[in-house]
Design a protein around this ligand. Structure first.
Ligand code: AFP
Length: 330
């Protein structure tokens, strides 16, 4: 007889049983995130005929255009956390202020941060998209609970909406990958304890913005493109306009994703510390990779405001260390 597939809920329950002192609340939250992933996947699949493609006619706190599906996914996630006494506070890239779940105030042990629809320029062209989430302990139930270094995350992960729907997460003891089996409507374990290759052959960066980068960043990217058989160069460009999609590729194949600071601007880059960088940094580190600002480990950064941005270099150890050495040389 073939072994029974391991569903997401079975996997999470087994993990819970093997961690002494666990209350089961985090398990429940992860199972609920699995349901949210299916709901968002259904909304994406039906967007072409339910008139949810295109702009919502509004902009988020950063002044970026909101797509209707940014709003739909944001609402689905808020509904996911709004009951059952698990989550006190939720903040997202799409909302100016965090939402406090009044009904959960007494018991909710967690605060959740998320980017509901990462890569939203891909929505209207049927490109790959993702949702990123970060789970933290609730402390005093205020925004200060969220402005903490990334290494304090209890769990983090993402959904990837590509040819298949994937759920990837870590609770700080390895990275596990699940694939949605649409025929039964369940996520099934496809890889336990994912390990990222130490080195890759690909890089992802928006080179159209090279004129805004510091000379050291340009020198690094030029280095990757300069042929040298011995060290596997030139690298291949792999940029999809979705951070989740690119990071997922490098998680499996090795390589580096970069969104450098705009040297002449704020020096902060585009990506949000809390909704994008911290959660993906935890996943990648747990798989043996690295995430750096060029000068600092991403997980050691504590932002001072909710929507703060940072430069990001994330991927295999060899390429991120090399990037850091280029930045250090100046
Ligand atoms: P959106 O979700 O607003 O499209 O941003 C996506 C993103 O944060 C990240 O997923 C991409 O890698 C990056 O921004 C794309 O930004 P550029 O359009 O500047 O290349």
């Amino acid at each position: 007889m073939r072994p029974a597939p391991i569903t997401l809920d079975r996997f999470i329950l087994d993990e819970q049983r093997s961690s002494p002192g666990s209350t089961g609340e985090l398990s429940l939250l992860l199972v609920r995130l699995g349901v949210a992933a299916k709901r968002i996947a259904a909304a994406l699949a039906g967007a072409g005929f339910s008139e949810t493609l295109g702009s919502a006619g509004s902009s988020n706190v950063q002044g970026e255009e909101q797509k209707k599906l940014d709003v739909v996914a944001n609402d689905i996630l808020l509904e996911t956390f709004d009951y059952g006494g698990l989550v006190t506070l939720a903040a997202s890239e799409e909302m100016e202020e965090p939402v406090v779940f009044g009904g959960n105030l007494a018991e909710g042990r967690y605060a959740v941060l998320f980017d509901p629809m990462d890569g939203s320029s891909n929505i209207d062209v049927n490109g790959t998209l993702g949702t990123i989430f970060s789970i933290r302990r609730r402390r005093d139930g205020t925004v200060a609970d969220l402005l903490r270094p990334g290494h304090e995350q209890v769990a983090a992960g993402y959904f990837l909406f590509g040819p298949a729907v994937l759920l990837v997460y870590t609770c700080g003891d390895g990275v596990h990958l699940f694939t949605l089996d649409a025929s039964i409507g369940e996520f099934l374990l496809t890889r336990r304890g994912v390990r990222m290759p130490d080195r890759g052959r690909g890089y992802a960066v928006n080179e159209g913005r090279a004129h805004t980068w510091a000379p050291s960043v340009r020198a690094f990217v030029d280095h990757l493109k300069t042929p040298d058989k011995g060290s596997g160069r030139p690298y291949a460009t792999r940029y999809s306009a979705s951070l989740v999609a690119d990071v997922h590729r490098f998680l499996l194949e090795g390589g580096i994703y970069l969104y450098p600071a705009d040297a002449g601007g704020t020096g902060a880059g585009k990506l949000r510390v809390l909704y994008e960088c911290h959660p993906l940094a935890l996943v990648v580190e747990q798989a043996g990779g690295m995430a750096s600002t060029g000068a600092e480990r991403v997980l050691d950064v504590a932002p001072t405001s909710l929507h703060e941005r940072m430069p990001l270099a994330i991927g295999s150890r060899a390429e991120v260390e090399l990037f850091d050495s280029f930045v250090a040389k100046g």
